[in-house]
Design a binder for this molecule. Structure first.
Ligand code: SER
Length: 580
């Protein structure tokens, strides 16, 4: 049986409810790009909110950590991993948590006790030595010499503030060598496999620690590492999680794993993470910002490494690998099965985009390194801006030649560029997505009507994804999973024209951003707006956050006609329309 099943079955047998993995892009936490730990989606419940599934929970959670993306390529690093966890929300505490961890490891995962060692919190400031955990381990048969008391590594908190508490970490001796009697947590042959956190405190932003309303348990175990340990391999990529993916890459490239490990691991890891990010309900697409940029970097880095293995990158090598990954995981994550086509489309499109500039960019890189020793910020930015080379790709290429990249110089050019585009986009919002001429103003108002009409005809899930206005036409991109039928197009046109004919007044008010959202006003990029926003309403039919300008009354618009309806990108349709 697979580790995930063993783990979940065990905790279900101890009265836990299995909860589904939360999306990899946090749903209600804009402060982080991805879920980085199993407990992250549970923070409100650890803080005291009641969980609908009760007080004993377990799951496997999708996590993405990209801060050490460059480390991927060795035997243990991954940008995506699954974390097994069990939680007590004010239910059991240290006794049961430790006893169950021990039972699962020794009885169900068959790990000999002599291969185990633990750390417990030694005590610091007002928080005392964790004697209860210490004694519990002793009572289970872990010897004194195998229990280390530490401070730094035995107090767990996600980041700077939030729920936290002392923890006890469980280590496994991963070497063929003789097992030392005394456990030294600094000895790398001992690897941490499980972390049981006793969350009973909360640290606020000022650093003040207070007791939580309830004492909780939060444990986390990495699937990749533990699977490798149980299967007795020293390279995670040789465990059953990766073996067939590596074999496929080897088959596609015609090269053995040995001697090509780094590139093969990077391809396997980055494609798996890309599959999970693009299958997430958040609908992330490669872009130059936030999660989209991470996705872009992962795909592009995988492509570059495929090239170093002499894989014909124009073939469907990446889709084959992605399909294998999808089939390995879709029984556990339904969204992978549901979004299979989206995932493949994302990979395909990003490859097409990158291929257009990759060769030229590589030539540019060669040219730059022929005449200069190191890569300056300007060149790194040029490679990024013109050829789509994420910074770490340039760094990696440079390092392969023993050269350096001026990262600070890049950062300052990048900032300059961002400021310029921010000003440009602020201008866009202020000027109503286009110039302020009479006809553009009309199109601007018509855009709001079209948005409102599509919501009625196609459904409330329609949201604006983009807009562009010229003197000749308006273009409107919106989320929609299908090509509009002739009937839908006709109904949309008719509705807009009906509203025009009704002569609805267009009114504008200034509001606090939050009030505006709560009042149901539409908006595209909430974070781009200032705290006080202008909201335009058109009669009772439309209400949107917008900088204007707009016409005073819809009767000024004339007659609206949809000229074209087409796909813009996956899940996004585009309408071009005119006012006659
Ligand atoms: N929150 C702890 C960790 O991430 C245990 O789940 O290690």
């Amino acid at each position: 049986m697979n580790l995930k099943d063993i783990y979940i079955n065990f905790f279900v047998s101890k009265g836990h409810k299995q909860i589904p993995s939360a999306p990899v892009v946090p749903e209600n936490d804009p402060s982080v790009l991805f879920n980085t730990a199993g407990m992250q989606p549970l923070i409100p419940y650890l803080m005291g909110q009641l969980h609908p599934y009760g007080t004993r929970l377990c799951d496997y959670q999708k996590c993405v950590r990209t801060n050490d993306l460059e480390e991927v390529g060795d035997t243990t690093h991954h940008t995506f991993f699954e974390m097994l966890g069990n939680w007590s929300l004010g239910d059991y505490f240290k006794e049961e948590s430790i006893a169950w961890s021990f039972e699962l490891l020794t009885k169900h995962m068959h790990i000999p006790v002599e291969r185990l060692a633990v750390t417990v919190f030694a005590g610091k400031d007002d928080i005392p030595f964790d004697e209860e955990s210490y004694n519990k381990w002793l009572s289970l048969g872990i010897s004194k010499e195998r229990i280390a008391k530490t401070i730094e590594d035995n107090f767990w908190i996600a980041g700077e503030s939030g729920p936290c508490g002392p923890d006890t970490e469980i280590f496994y001796f991963r070497s063929e060598e003789e097992i030392p009697k005394v456990f030294d947590p600094e000895d790398s042959r001992w690897v941490e496999i499980w972390n049981n956190v006793f969350m009973q405190y909360h640290k606020d932003n000022e650093g003040n620690v207070s007791a939580l309303p309830k004492k909780n348990v939060d444990t986390g175990m990495g699937v990749e590492r533990t699977t490798a340990i149980l299967e007795g391999v020293n390279d995670n990529y040789l465990s059953s999680i990766w073996k067939d993916v590596i074999a496929l890459i080897s088959q596609i490239s015609g090269l053995p794993y040995e001697g090509n490990e780094r590139s093969m691991r990077i391809i396997a890891d980055h494609l798996r993470t890309s599959v999970f990010i693009s299958a997430d309900p958040a609908g992330i697409k490669p872009s130059n910002t936030d999660q989209g940029y991470i996705l872009r970097r992962l795909i592009r880095r995988a492509i570059r490494h495929a090239k170093t293995l002499n894989i014909d990158i124009n073939s469907d090598w990446d889709l084959k690998i992605a399909e294998l990954i999808l089939s390995k995981y879709e029984n556990y994550y339904k969204e992978l099965a549901d979004n299979r086509a989206v995932v493949l489309e994302v990979l395909k499109n990003e490859k097409i985009k990158f291929n257009r500039t990759l060769e030229k960019g590589l030539r540019e890189f060669e040219k730059a390194t022929r005449v200069r020793n190191d890569i300056d910020g300007e060149t790194a930015f040029h490679l990024f801006d013109t050829y789509g080379f994420p910074l770490e790709l340039t760094i990696e290429l440079a390092h392969e030649k023993g050269l350096q990249v001026d990262e600070k110089g890049f950062a300052s050019r990048f900032k300059e560029h961002q400021e310029k585009s921010r000003t440009a986009s602020a201008g866009k919002f202020k000027g109503g997505l286009a110039g302020n001429g009479e006809i553009e103003t009309k199109y601007h108002t018509a855009t709001h009507l079209l948005n409102a009409a599509l919501k009625i005809v196609v459904g409330p899930d329609v949201h604006q994804k983009g807009s562009n206005i010229t003197e000749e036409r308006m273009r409107f991109d919106f989320s929609c999973d299908h090509k509009l039928t002739d009937e839908e197009k006709k109904q949309t046109e008719d509705l807009v024209n009906k509203w025009i004919a009704l002569g609805l007044d267009v009114t504008c008010e200034k509001m606090n951003k939050e009030d505006a959202i709560n009042s149901g006003a539409e908006c595209m990029f909430i974070e781009k707006y200032p705290d006080i926003v202008t909201v335009y309403s058109i009669g009772e039919v439309s209400k949107e956050l917008c900088g204007g300008p707009h016409v005073k009354n819809t009767k000024e618009l004339g007659h609206f006609v949809i000229k074209k309806e087409e796909a813009s990108s996956a899940g996004v349709r585009r309408i071009k329309g005119v006012l006659e």
